[in-house]
Design a binder for this molecule. Sequence first.
Ligand SMILES: NC(=O)c1ccc[n+]([C@@H]2O[C@H](COP(=O)([O-])OP(=O)(O)OC[C@H]3O[C@@H](n4cnc5c(N)ncnc54)[C@H](OP(=O)(O)O)[C@@H]3O)[C@@H](O)[C@H]2O)c1
Length: 304
Amino acid sequence: MSKIILVAGATGNLGNKIVDELLKLQVNVKVLVRDETDEKKIQYLASKNVEICKIKEYTIEEIASVCKGVECVVSVLAGFEDTIVDAQKILVEGAIKANVPRFIPSDFCTDFTNLTYGKNRNLDFRKKFHEYLSQQPIKSTSIFNGAFMELTTGDMPLILFGKNKILCWGDKNIKMDLTSTYNVAAYTAHAALDDSTPRYLKIAGESVSCADLTDMMTQLTKSSFKIFKPGGIGLLNIIISITKFFDFSKKELYPAWQGMQYMRDMMAGRAELSKHDNERYPVVWTRLKEYINSEKKFINSEKV
Ligand SMILES: NC(=O)c1ccc[n+]([C@@H]2O[C@H](COP(=O)([O-])OP(=O)(O)OC[C@H]3O[C@@H](n4cnc5c(N)ncnc54)[C@H](OP(=O)(O)O)[C@@H]3O)[C@@H](O)[C@H]2O)c1
């Protein structure tokens, strides 16, 4: 009989892709949705070959009843402390109550294990949850993938398309890890089925420095890209503090200062991954050049 995997956060961007990858591996997939989950998103999931498990109150008991026979709970939740710490705690406790052997927390980020508290708000939530998780009688595996590669043509101001510049705050030779969401999803699906996963798995579709990016974009666009360095990490820290100070609402999950915190940690080399576990599963890794090339509108942004 094939294994049963429960995905929490399956309505989300990454969660949906993880469900697809699990289905490709012919796994029985259960998805956990809430009373307040958007009905259209539930219907979209229901069109796939999955079992929808809707719970009302998000209690340990409800989750335990959904977790019966489950081999691994994959959490792909996104949110603030009430989600990353509080809701994931309930998820873990429900899983433990139902004797689920394994849990994959919603990390899917840069390696924060060596970061100190106070440097990166969203990673602090994860650090706090990890302190709790490490005390629980369930085997856990975090997947560290650096930044999602898609952010390079989205919200992350790293490649300044149209200006032919690469924004660089620190050492231009520090490598940054980028992985496509499809690769993260495929890897996570394999990890969910693997009983022998270690506590941490580190992956990267590609590790690139600002210097590498300059060469890559020059080659791709056949026009010269240059490094744009407004200042060092110290100046970036000051800008983060000021922007954060003037963000009175603090209601956004990814405000500008949070994005800058991620970028600072990558460019300062704090989040640099020492070794990668890419080879552990048969994933076809998307290279950055290939990804950017597939997004032609960006390449043609200026004087090609
Ligand atoms: N490395 C990177 O560059 C990067 C970038 C973006 C995200 N990420 C990470 O990837 C993971 C998934 O992010 P995503 O962008 O795919 O998220 P998303 O699209 O925003 O989806 C979030 C999911 O979390 C669920 N959720 C939110 N609050 C919840 C709560 N209190 N209780 C239970 N479920 C809740 C939502 O369920 P409902 O539909 O029920 O609301 C939804 O399924 C997160 O760990 C995120 O930090 C990494």
